[in-house]
Design a protein around this ligand. Structure first.
Ligand code: NDP
Length: 253
């Protein structure tokens, strides 16, 4: 029987790269996002044409809203009969980049709600299901190099990704007895809508040597890393961070 994965924020950007790669690797893929199903209809049709046989489905679910998260797992189980993996990918940057000294509580709450509270309680729900059903599932959190690299123009984002790093470690500890590994993938600078607003800045920084590998990351780079983890290729490495950043974090003199 095909295994089933839930990818949050799978409709575009990095999430779409993850969905595509997992479909290639024969997973059944449930994905969610904020947008109405009608907005995803074309994308869904295109995926269904390329990967026939009831392999992919979309749910509208704002992960920051408890009432929208409720019932998501049950809907996936009703549709596919099982769930074997969770990829917490959905995430946002601040709507406005503001200096740390000007950061607002509203922006902090928004970013923390989507990037931390959402994945925390979605993971809690699915981790309970794994434990109760005896499913040896896998959990992957998409963090960011911003967990350790300080950007004072988006402090709330950095704080949220530092929290995702601890979320990974906490669930790795708690779920070890159930045989459920938990990982964090830490992307660097990846082509997506999120980085669209700073494209020229990163073009320049990459040309100046920001990354050891002189190119932008692509969503499929992250998709390949997720697929490796879900295949079980790093089965003895729960709680670990996998950097997918072109060597950006290697310190140099
Ligand atoms: P995009 O802005 O391109 O896409 C964001 C995705 O998340 C969309 O599918 C969006 O759904 C979904 N999403 C946003 N808010 C919510 C919500 N409240 N509930 C459900 N889904 C939501 O971003 P990226 O693809 O670049 O980012 C994906 C992840 O990777 C994020 O966690 C980000 O922090 C992380 N990351 C990105 C990097 C980069 O360079 N791009 C670098 C490091 C980390 P919808 O289409 O419905 O709005």
């Amino acid at each position: 029987m095909q295994k089933v994965v839930l990818v949050t924020g799978g409709g575009r950007g990095i999430g779409a790269g993850i969905v595509e790669k997992l479909l290639q690797e024969n997973w059944q893929v449930a994905f969610c996002g904020r947008r109405e199903p009608a907005a995803l209809a074309e994308r869904l049709q295109e995926l269904t044409d390329r990967y026939p046989g009831d392999r992919v489905a979309y749910w509208q679910c704002d992960v920051s809203r408890a009432e929208e998260r409720t019932g998501l797992l049950e809907a996936i189980l009703a549709r596919f009969g099982r769930l074997d993996a969770l990829v917490n990918n959905a995430g946002v940057a601040p709507e406005v980049r503001r200096d740390l000294l000007e950061m607002t509580e509203e922006s902090f709450d928004r970013v923390m709600g989507i990037n931390v509270r959402g994945p925390l309680f979605l993971t809690q729900r699915i981790a309970r299901y794994f434990a109760e059903s005896g499913t040896k599932g896998t959990i992957v959190n998409i963090g960011s190099i911003s967990a350790t690299v300080a950007s004072v123009s988006r402090g709330e984002y950095c704080i949220s990704k530092a929290a995702v790093a601890m979320l990974t470690r906490l669930f790795a500890v708690r779920m070890a007895e159930f045989g459920v590994p938990v990982y964090e993938i830490r992307p660097g600078v990846i082509h997506s809508d999120m980085t669209g607003v700073v494209r020229e800045k990163y073009d320049r920084l990459i040309a100046e040597g920001l990354t050891l590998q002189p190119r932008w990351g692509e969503p499929e780079d992250i998709g390949r890393a997720v697929a490796m983890l879900l295949r079980g290729d790093l089965a003895y490495s729960t709680g670990q961070v996998i950097n997918v950043d072109g060597g950006m974090e290697v310190q140099r003199l």
